[in-house]
Design a protein around this ligand. Structure first.
Ligand SMILES: [Zn+2]
Length: 394
């Protein structure tokens, strides 16, 4: 098989399975205008007060003024492993997820193919997740490899446009891989900016609303002959999440945020990627078990019939005022895992940058306690890898 094989990728719009939310021409409740340029979280679980400092202001204040100490032994506590994507391929029944703050998932390998379809979610290989590379949160663990060493990707899926999820230098490097023909999947009003920033035609960037879907047909390299290919088909579904967007002080809410479902249509392995999301809003004096929760996850779990793997955030940012309504922490991750009807989950959003005031090793440790409390009979279903960068087969 030639290493320079570049898959042919075709993306089409399948017949709609889920309502778009438009009723008699009236826009869905998460659209704040008819031009699809301003959005909101349409549930009582989201309560937002105007007048708060911006997301970035709060992140920078937390990171600079109140950031936790980085343990001297952090690199041994969170050892970085070399990825195994070239030396250890997946079989016909299992997928493989490789973590680096976020995930690269290789779906099961179709019979005769050299590999499965590869999907990468929200990857950031830059040192700082910031507008600038001289200011802002810097990584305290190393990248597991150079960005140029990431293998050919077929789909780049982005949850939203915050700097710790949409990193232009990393995306440029992924697209420059000569063996990659990757297409990009984003939520509404993200495509124009990305097309210009990445010098990539809009025909390669697919912009979806919540509950929209696309089929991606990929010709994979054969493991037997360099001139043969094996067909694969994957369905990508854009689903609701409770978050916010914005890359500058003036564009908050202008681009939609989303969680994503990737369904391998041959093996029927389904992967859920949460991106950033909140679950409920708890204010001082309120009982956290009495406030409304975001209904999106239970609805997604019901509509998709559960998942083989859910990629869920566990890092939270205590001390940041509006974070609880837009980001979950370990206890809530377990509730989302149950709402989604997921068989297995892998944790993300910890062990890389300081984006709040919590001790850096706290999320995985407290996640373990929360798992034992909430899902005692499913303890083995929720993976927790303290290695930080790893591969796992759901
Ligand atoms: Zn975010």
């Amino acid at each position: 098989m030639s290493t320079n094989f570049s898959p042919s990728i075709e993306v089409t719009e399948p017949p709609r399975r889920f309502s778009s939310g438009y009723v008699d021409g009236v826009r869905p409740s998460h659209h704040m205008n008819d031009s699809k340029t301003r959005f909101t979280n349409p549930w009582p679980s989201f309560r937002y007060s105007t007048g708060f400092p911006s997301f970035f202001t709060q992140i920078f204040v937390a990171a600079i003024l109140r950031s936790p100490d980085i343990p001297r032994d952090v690199k041994s506590s969170i050892p970085v492993q070399s990825p195994t994507w070239d030396t250890e391929s997946v079989n016909e029944d299992s997928a493989k997820a490789t973590y680096h703050a976020c995930y690269l998932v290789e779906l099961p390998t179709p019979p005769g193919a050299a590999r499965g379809v590869r999907v990468i979610f929200d990857h950031v290989f830059s040192n700082r997740c910031s507008l600038f590379q001289w200011l802002g949160p810097a990584r305290y663990t190393d990248t597991p490899c150079k960005v140029e060493e990431i293998p050919a990707i077929d789909a780049i899926v982005l949850s939203h446009n915050h700097y710790d999820h949409t990193d232009i230098p990393t995306l440029c490097a992924l697209l420059e891989n000569p063996s990659s023909s990757a297409h990009i999947f984003v939520a509404l009003n993200n495509a124009d900016y990305l097309s210009k920033a990445l010098c990539t035609p809009l025909s390669r960037i697919h912009e979806l609303d919540w509950w929209d879907e696309r089929l991606m047909h990929v010709t994979l390299p054969s493991k037997y002959a360099s001139d043969a290919v094996v067909d694969a088909e994957v369905r990508l579904s854009c689903t609701p999440s409770q978050h916010v967007s914005g890359r500058t002080a003036s564009d908050r809410w202008h681009a939609l945020w989303a969680a994503w479902v990737v369904d391998d249509l041959r093996s029927h392995k389904k992967v859920y990627f949460a991106g950033d999301t909140g679950y409920r809003t708890v204010r001082d004096g309120e009982d956290e078990d009495e406030v409304p929760v975001c209904p999106a996850f239970a609805k997604v779990g019901e509509r998709f019939g559960g998942f083989d793997l859910a990629l869920l955030p566990i890092g939270c940012a205590p001390g940041i005022a509006f974070i609880p309504s837009t980001i979950v922490c370990y206890t809530i991750s377990v509730r989302i895992f149950k709402d989604l009807k997921a068989k297995k989950a892998l944790a993300m959003h910890w062990g890389t940058w300081v984006l709040g005031t919590e001790p850096v090793l706290e999320p995985p440790m407290l996640l373990g306690k929360s798992v034992r409390k909430r899902v005692s009979v499913q303890m083995n279903s929720l993976f927790l890898h303290l290695e930080g960068h790893f591969s796992s087969r759901p």
